[in-house]
Design a binder for this molecule. Structure first.
Ligand SMILES: NC(=O)c1ccc[n+]([C@@H]2O[C@H](COP(=O)([O-])OP(=O)(O)OC[C@H]3O[C@@H](n4cnc5c(N)ncnc54)[C@H](OP(=O)(O)O)[C@@H]3O)[C@@H](O)[C@H]2O)c1
Length: 362
């Protein structure tokens, strides 16, 4: 059984979660183009609602189910009385092809000011994707990183074309990462080790699975921030991560009565969770590469901030990039050159599924 690490910090967080004030977002997003993934429900729809209310020019709901997405759009329009702002775009993060089709569409946008990578799922049973990965491993980690890298490239181009606003890339993570001891770190290939039905469906490992994905996403988020270092007046794109707090949402979909009571007592509203996402986006340069909890920069726990944590971060970043490079050879070079402003390199990337997806690298 994977050992659990319950820290005082986590207990404290759960106890204050519902009672600590969450600032109601008031910043203007006038003229901004904003993407929120996983925004047909939960925390994502509430963040999108705030952005719409706060004057955004375009709010793109990136969702895997267009019917649910349209319902979310109508819901936001009814509550904000703003029409022709919210758009629904298809994005299924359980498919690399779908992610790259979405990237191609995003590259056609005139600007991209804010992107919140919020979509995630909690696996209760084994489900393999068309790319051969356990679904949550692909959605919560691999596709989120693939998307983050491409959004970062688009946003650096957007920053060059529209000086005066530093675009924001925010990833939704979870403070629950502190509960994992990451005992699998000694495995030669951790992702392949985790990507096994017998491992994932073992009740001893199942619940830690989601938390370890969030830990790995935090490792990758820190590495992604390094691609746009804060020099001079700041980074060209601000990258940070946010823990929304324990919120009512649809994340735990097969919950029993025990979880329902736990949530009834301790969870806060998804609206407050959405407010924390908006707060992360308005944070200043000091939040670049950092992680926010309760709307403040939080200290990383030992799983990240320690010699072992740093080694683990390098290893897992290497593994994730390795998976993506195997799928899209030349991707990292292309991304770093796009970030540097060398547009010519954008066509150098090859995809092993270009023919299937019909993707044009632009
Ligand atoms: N709620 C909490 O207490 C809590 C705490 C810490 C962190 N978080 C994080 O907050 C974020 C939002 O979660 P939530 O609590 O709002 O849960 P939620 O209500 O279940 O929302 C998750 C969203 O992700 C979408 N999604 C799932 N699989 C997808 C896929 N393959 N492609 C595209 N979208 C997909 C869902 O779409 P469908 O509706 O179509 O499934 C849904 O819109 C997640 O990153 C979660 O890990 C939540």
């Amino acid at each position: 059984m994977s050992p659990i690490n319950i820290s005082w910090n986590l207990i404290r967080s759960l106890l204050i979660n519902r009672w600590i004030a969450t600032p109601y977002p008031t910043a203007s997003f006038d003229g901004k183009t904003i993407i929120v993934t996983g925004s047909n429900t939960g925390i994502g729809i509430e963040a999108a609602r705030h952005f719409t209310r706060l004057g955004a020019h375009r709010v793109i709901l990136a969702v895997r189910n267009l019917v649910k997405g349209e319902a979310a759009r109508r819901n936001i329009e009814t509550s904000t009385l703003r029409l022709n702002v919210v758009e629904v775009w298809h994005l299924d993060m359980a498919s690399f092809v779908s992610v790259m089709e979405f990237v191609e569409r995003v590259n056609g946008l005139e600007r991209l000011d804010v992107c919140i990578l919020n979509a995630a799922c909690m696996a209760m049973k084994w489900n393999a994707t068309e790319d051969g990965w356990e679904e949550s491993l692909q959605v919560n980690l691999l596709s989120t990183v693939l998307l983050a890298l491409h959004m970062l490239a688009k946003q650096t181009a957007s920053a060059r074309a529209h000086p005066g606003y530093t675009p924001r890339l925010t990833m939704t993570v979870s403070e629950g990462y502190e509960m994992t001891k990451f005992t699998q770190r000694g495995e030669p290939n951790v992702l392949q080790f985790l990507n096994r039905k017998e491992y994932m469906e073992d009740p001893a490992n199942m619940w830690e699975y989601y938390l370890i994905e969030k830990l790995f996403l935090m490792y990758c988020g820190r590495e992604i921030a390094k691609l746009v270092p804060a020099e001079g007046t700041g980074p060209p794109v601000m990258v940070n991560m946010v823990h929304p707090g324990f919120c009512h949402s649809e994340l735990v979909r097969d919950s029993g009565i025990g979880y329902s009571v736990f949530a009834f007592l301790l969870a806060k509203s998804s609206e407050k969770g959405g407010s924390t996402l908006v707060d992360a986006v308005v944070k200043g340069v000091e939040s670049h590469g950092e992680y926010l909890s309760f709307c403040e920069i939080a200290q990383y726990a030992w799983q990240i901030e320690s010699e072992g944590g740093e080694k683990a971060q390098k290893k897992m970043w290497g593994e994730v990039v390795g998976v993506l490079e195997a799928k899209y050879p030349g991707m990292m070079q292309s991304i770093t050159e796009q970030i540097a402003g060398n547009e010519k390199s954008a066509g150098n990337e090859k995809s092993t599924d270009n023919e299937k997806s019909g993707i044009l690298w632009v």
